[in-house]
Design a protein around this ligand. Structure first.
Ligand SMILES: [Zn+2]
Ligand SMILES: [Zn+2]
Length: 117
């Protein structure tokens, strides 16, 4: 099998995202440890950033909503405890969201020449 871009070069790996055959020069990145072409690595990175921003915004909104719920009761729950619970629930919620979206945590330049076939 030869590289999808360089016809003369033997492919050493296939991109984990688009499945394109890549030679040593093309397999420039790793996404979560799997070989990836530059385009997919870039895509994964920007997607990860975009979703990360979305998750943070959602978490902020959830936090405010939780605060409103937690502190609405007045006397029954101390206000400080309410905000603490709201923070904990929001963080747990955010982590769940991150896992649900399976955001690539590691987009990195590939170490030379040792990518799995
Ligand atoms: Zn790719
Ligand atoms: Zn190539």
């Amino acid at each position: 099998m030869t590289c999808a871009v360089h016809e003369e070069a033997e492919s050493i790996a296939t991109c984990s995202s688009c499945g394109k055959a890549m030679c040593d020069a093309c397999a420039t990145h790793e996404v979560d440890g799997a070989p990836s072409c530059a385009a997919c690595a870039e895509l994964a990175m920007s997607r990860s950033e975009a979703i990360g921003g979305l998750v943070i915004m959602t978490m902020a909104a959830a936090y405010v909503a939780m605060l409103a719920v937690a502190t609405r009761g007045g006397g029954s729950v101390p206000r400080l405890l309410g905000t603490g619970i709201a923070a904990v629930v929001t963080i747990a919620f955010g982590r769940g969201l991150l896992m649900a979206f399976r955001i690539p945590s590691h987009v990195q330049p590939r170490r030379g020449g040792e990518a799995p076939r």
